[in-house]
Write a protein that binds this ligand. Structure first.
Ligand SMILES: [Zn+2]
Length: 453
């Protein structure tokens, strides 16, 4: 096996951090390499404590879900802690995820760390800082398979869907099959429960918002809407905004990694530097780099979970402009999360197109309610869409023109209206994807590409 000796560059050295931050990165790295079994194979690659920590991180591979599955949850528990003992003491739980990118991963769930990560994210948004106390009433509208109480064959009472300060608005995971009565019930419950925060999967809340407009219902706005579970579409945000006047903030993270970025009141996404470090790996210029790239997440301070350079599977766009008007300066700042790597498509000339680029193009199409684009061949694209208002043929034509501008004149785009678009299991919408998935490693700028395991 050949050994790469090329220098790996790190974007982190260009970001601003508080003085103690590199030490926290070093502590997380040393704990992984020298106190956690899952990183045994990485130890020989360490540049050593004499090197800057960002260079040490950049010299290491990426940690993938495949490795999390192969080594199991115990492989990433540091300092010889024992999962069986933690479970017996009710200190931890095991939580299985079925992420959109692949197979199931079993995570060790330590609630106090999760709460700390969430509370740190609230500090990055003025509205959240003002109203999210940790004791506030919160309604949640997402797939019950992600959070809540799934019950697909019948209905549960409000009491059965309430857990402490949380109310889970839906026991059904497919908004395209929600009945009118079910959505009326959600509105009634929002009006009586009076949540301070409404945490919602944006496509789910957009569906409910369209129902509220159609039926001319009154709904009480919470103090803050937090969009999470999936990346919000321009269309979804607009549909929600027609109904709710509360400020909206997109919260970005993962079951494996906690809260990683939070949208501030100025619309940019700031890294949650209290609980994680983020390595940015830019794409090659022809694929949108150096502003667009992938991210790897390293956790701080979770006694039950050591994750270093975890490939969270998303594509982001850096904000390279003037400092954010919100005043926050620390860590990475993003213009946007551009979608998951599985949502990438290619132009006929094999240049990467993010879900965000597709969404931006389709965001201004009159009468477009929902869509899904599938790349079926090197230059073939199929658009399914839901239209409202103008004739669907006109909506389809305008959408095809918008996509032609993204994919170029060689692209062959077909469009067909549908009644509704159902989410993929466990309940997340896919706005774009390629039938034959793209290997995201080939899109990276070689100077930043992670070392092979
Ligand atoms: Zn900001």
């Amino acid at each position: 096996m050949s050994v790469h000796i090329s220098i790996r560059h790190s974007f982190a050295s260009t970001s601003r951090y508080k003085p103690h931050y590199p030490q926290r990165c070093g502590d997380a790295l040393n704990e992984a390499l020298y106190s956690t079994q899952g990183y045994d194979g990485w130890r020989p690659l360490d540049l050593g404590c004499g090197s800057p920590v960002f260079s040490r991180l950049a010299a290491l591979p990426a940690l993938t879900k495949r490795e999390l599955r192969a080594r199991g949850p115990q492989g990433f528990v540091p300092h010889g802690r024992d999962i069986a003992e933690g479970l017996a003491a009710h200190e931890i739980e095991l939580v299985a995820t079925s992420g959109a990118t692949g197979d199931q991963v079993t995570n060790v769930w330590y609630q106090p760390w999760w709460n700390a990560s969430e509370a740190a994210s609230w500090q990055l948004n003025a509205h959240a800082r003002a109203v999210a106390t940790g004791a506030h009433r919160e309604a949640i509208l997402t797939s019950p398979w992600c959070a809540g109480f799934p019950y697909e064959d019948g209905y549960l009472t409000m009491e059965q869907r309430t857990l402490g300060r949380f109310l889970y608005l839906s026991e059904r995971s497919d908004p395209s099959s929600w009945s009118s009565d079910l959505m009326d019930r959600m509105v009634e419950e929002l009006n009586t429960f009076k949540p301070v925060v409404l945490e919602a999967n944006p496509s789910f809340l957009a569906g409910l918002s369209r129902h509220i407009v159609r039926r001319r219902l009154h709904v009480r706005s919470p103090a803050l809407i937090v969009l999470t579970y999936e990346n919000p579409s321009v269309l979804h945000r607009r549909q929600i905004r027609r109904v709710f006047d509360a400020p909206m903030a997109s919260s970005y993270g993962a079951t494996e990694a906690g809260y990683v970025f939070m949208e501030c009141e100025a619309g940019r996404l700031h890294q949650v530097t209290n609980t994680c470090h983020v390595d940015f790996l830019p794409f090659a210029p022809e694929h949108g780099g150096p502003e667009v790239g992938r991210i790897l997440v390293t956790l701080f301070g979770n006694p039950w979970r050591s994750l270093v350079r975890f490939d969270i599977g998303d594509v982001v766009r850096l904000d390279g402009h003037a400092p954010c008007p919100c005043g926050h300066r620390e860590g990475l700042t993003l213009m946007s999360v551009e979608g998951r790597t599985v949502n990438l498509t290619l132009t006929p000339e094999s240049r990467a197109v993010t879900q965000g680029a597709v969404d931006h193009a389709l965001g201004s199409v009159t009468g477009l309610v929902e869509y899904q684009i599938l790349q079926t061949g090197p230059s073939a694209y199929r658009l399914r869409f839901v239209a409202e208002g103008p004739p669907s043929r006109a909506v389809g034509n305008e959408a095809c023109d918008a996509l032609q501008a993204v994919y170029g004149s060689a692209a062959v785009i077909t469009a067909g209206p549908v009644e509704a678009i159902a989410p993929d299991p466990p309940g997340k919408y896919c706005l774009s994807k390629k039938l034959e998935p793209i290997d995201p490693d080939v899109l990276l700028d070689g100077k930043f590409a992670p070392r092979e395991c």
